[in-house]
Every structure is written in structure tokens, then in C-alpha cells.
Design a protein around this ligand. Sequence first.
Ligand code: DON
Length: 573
Amino acid sequence: MLKVFTHAIKILFAKWPTANVAFFLLLIGSCQSTSKQLTANHAMVVSARHEASNIGVEVMKKGGNAFDAFFAVQLALSVAHPNAGNVGGGGFMVYRLANGETGTLDFREKAPMAAHKDMYLDAHGEVIPNSSTLGVLAVGVPGSVDGIYTAHNRFGSIPTHALIEEVIQLAAKGVVVTQKQAESLANLVDVSTAINGVHSKFSKPYKEGDTIQYPAFVNTLKLLQKGGRDAFYKGELAKKMIEFLKSHGGIITLKDLDKYKSVWRKAIEFEYKGHKIISMPPPSSGGVCLAQMLKMTEKFEINRWKHHSLEHIQLLTEIERRSFADRNHFLGDPDFIEMPIEGMLHQSYLDKRMENFTLKEATPSSMVAHGNPIQLIESNETTHFSIVDPFGNAVAVTTTLNGNYGSKLFDDNLGFFYNNEMDDFSVKIGVPNMFGLTGTTANAIAPEKRMLSSMTPTIVEKNQELFLVLGTPGGSTIITSVLQTILNVIDFEMDIEQAVSSPRFHHQWLPDQILFEPEKFDPKLFEKLRLKGYKINEGKAQIIGKVDAIMRTPSGQYKSGADPRGDDSAAGF
Ligand code: DON
């Protein structure tokens, strides 16, 4: 790499006037702290956009910690990556402090108080198309702003005023549209016009290289600077939001906003082959499913099979199938329902679930219902960012509007999108949501309940030290992307960049099919899988996840895994 670089510089000097070369070198110099593959000695942020990663790193250069960086990066992504970065959505944060203490913060959206079980059904009990995904009725009470302030109150060190100032600069200056973003924004134009009207900010296309400025969001940020968390949940911003949502026929009230509170929850923690995995508990299914899947995998020496061999794919497909069947049946908001989590994670239960596993043929999903853990033990966009700070703290945050640009409802006065998280509830038993996930009463809609999630922000320890910080968007494929990235590192001994880039596949019980990233797997493999009874879906131009990860090396350096599938980018120092 260095050789190629030196060669390129020599050619440049030979062909270009010195002034141009100096400019070129300056450009490289100014970019070198941000990239897909980066090694840093002190601190690092890997996120969906370099603007957000840079802001997080700047905060830490000024003495801030991972929680200050979380605050700033979450806000920065609202402008740098508005299809998922948000103040109008929610998310989860998993942390590990330098002293080894761990925990999680749940800032997931909640159903409004006026929500009810059948709110998306017509008079015949059928689901009204798009009602839980598009427009104002799809919106859950946003949790992100409460989340960043709650985390900051407990762990932050730099005044929020200064952190917001960094983002104001970015929102005012604007963000340059990338090629991927231009494509995504082009797909938004028609639906934005239908929902927000022709004059709305995203009802027109932007092309690669355009700069999008966010003056309305600058004002929103200034109100946050002045009024803090309460500006959003009780004060001027709250009033403006409710006025806007009501004018579109929404049901969220000032009382809903006022009552919103994020919740500190104990992390799901378990061992896998000598590593400690720390992940998100319900209302995310991420940590429970990841634990089930890794515990079902542990007794197999999967690295005696080739990576992406028939056997490797079969084993993961079968454990994923079994875990998702449990997920869809048992999991929901812990503040509303009882869940047999201890039973679901008990080794003897999981061994029993795998009793009928065979490499001879697929186990059809129709033969795999949810298990019975209580008796047994009797006794379409999200975004993830990973942060490590110079003090040794680590933070893994997955945050979302749910679909790409959420409900597509854009508040032109306040400058942000609202989520469509209500679709993560089971709107009718057995009817799949936008990720094809079905559910039962465990995840039925109820006032103030949190909808079940698959988001899996995760931290891994090795020898009691920080080892990995990771997570990804991808709806139901989040869990299996995090799983495969961890297995790639621990069992297949890949470096983090390879582990993140490696093609992925996914099974979620129903629909009974293995989803593969397109054109990445050998078609002969598909033939062999079909012969064993597996149904193949080669992803129709669909990528699976965009993992943003950090690995700590034995010498204490940080290495980035910024997913090449997106504009994702690492920054560090
Ligand atoms: O919480 C969940 O599981 C979903 N709302 C996540 C949505 C998502 O990842 C969309 N990204 N591609």
C-alpha cells in the first residue's frame, strides 16, 4: 500500500506543478484521520458518515469522553445521515466503562397513550395497508433526545451547550450529498411529496455533490441549547411538534412527550468461547437472540469447516431459525410482559432446541415452533455507531427512525423526520411487519408500551479487557449480522475490517428462506443447499447490514471496521 502511495506521489511531482502537489498533499493530510480502515492510539468513532465520526473525535480531542461523543454524534447524524440518524426516533446504548462496569440505556420510542391493539385494522379486522409504516399514525413517541441527555447527565463531562454548538456548525454549513445518498434521496421524492407536500425539503431530488443545509434544524438545536431536554419534551419544541403532528391527524399529545423517560437496564451478558459478550436486553430482542445463537453454536467447532462452506451456512441457518421462532413468540417490552429469558438462555433448553439439527437436510420452519423454556428449566434504515475514548470507556449505540427516513413525515419547521417505529409492534397476530417478522400478544400494541426491536449494540471482552464494539442497521438481519461478525473474528480469526466486509446471509424462521447478499456466494452452494431442502433468496440487490465496529488490539490500539456497504467512516487519533 505504502509502495503504491509513494509511486503515485513520484508521478504527481513529475507531472504537476509544485503548487498543485502541495495542495494535493494538504488534502490528503486533512483526510487522513477519517477513513474506512484506520488505526488509532487513543480514541475512535465509526459511524455512518465521516462528518459525524469527525465531530465525535473532535469532542474527545477537547477532553470529552465517549458519552459526550455519543451526544454529539447522535445529533450530527440527524443531518449527516437523515434517513436514520435522528432526534425524531429512538435507540439503544450499551456501554462499558474503563473499570469494567457495564450497562445499557433504552431510549426506544413508546406507543402514544391513545394507541390501542387494533389501531391499524379496518372494520373487518384487516391491516390497513401502510398505516403503521407511513405518515403520522406510524410515529412512536421519540426517545433520542431524552436518551442523549440522560446518558450525559450521568456520565458526560463537557457542557451540552458546547456539544450542540459543534452540530450547529455542521447543520449550518451543510452536508455534501454522496452518490449513495443521492440515490436514496431520489427514492424519497414521491412519497415525501405525497406526505409532506410539494414544498417540503425532501420533495425534490438532490444530486451527488449538492450541499444540503439545515437552517430549521439549526433553530431546533438552538432551542435545545437554551432549554435542554425539557425544551423537546415540555417546552417550545414540544408545543411546535404537537401542533405539527396534530395538524397531520396524529394522536401524540404533550402529555405523551412529558411522560417519556429512557430507562437504564442491566445488559444481557454471557460467555462465548472465553469471551464475555455484553448486549442489549428487551425491549430489544438483539441480546437474547445473540446469546441463544452463540450458545447454540458454541459446542460446534465451526472453524473446522471452511468459512461460508455448506456446513457453516447450514448450522447458522438452523440456529437462527430456532432463535427467531422464540423471539417472535416470547419477546416484547419488559415493562409490560413477563418473558422466560432465563429459560430461553439455559444451555439444556438450547441443546434440546438443537436436538433435531442435522447436516443431512433442512429443518422446515413449519416443524420449528417456539420452544417451551419455562417448563424446561422449571426452576427499510437504522444506524449504528461505535465509540472508544482516551479514558478506556466504550459505547455502542444503535439508533433508528425504523424505515428509511422513518414515517417519511418531515417537520419543515423543526427540520427533522419522525419515526415509523409503531410498525415494530405486532399490528395483528401472525401478520408480518416490514421486516417479515410476525409476533404474538407479547408484542401487541398497548398505550405507552415499547415495541420489540432487533437492534443489537454489543461490546465484547477478551481476558477481561475491551475487545470489540459493534452493531449495525438492517431490521431483523441486525442480529445475524452481529452474530456473523463476532464469529468471523473469534472463530475464523479475521481482522475487523475483513470480518465486517465479509458477505452475509440470514434466516429468521419465517419466511422460511435463507437470504444471501447478491452475487457474493457461489451458485453451486445454492444448488447444494436446495438439494438439502433449503429455500434460497439471493437478496435482489439487497445488502445485509452495515456493521460499524472497533477492535482493540493486544497492544491497546484501536482498529476500525467501517462497513464498505455504505458511506460509513472511521475517525480517530
Ligand atoms: O428496532 C428495530 O428492530 C427496527 N426498527 C430496526 C430498523 C432497521 O434496522 C432498519 N434498517 N435498515
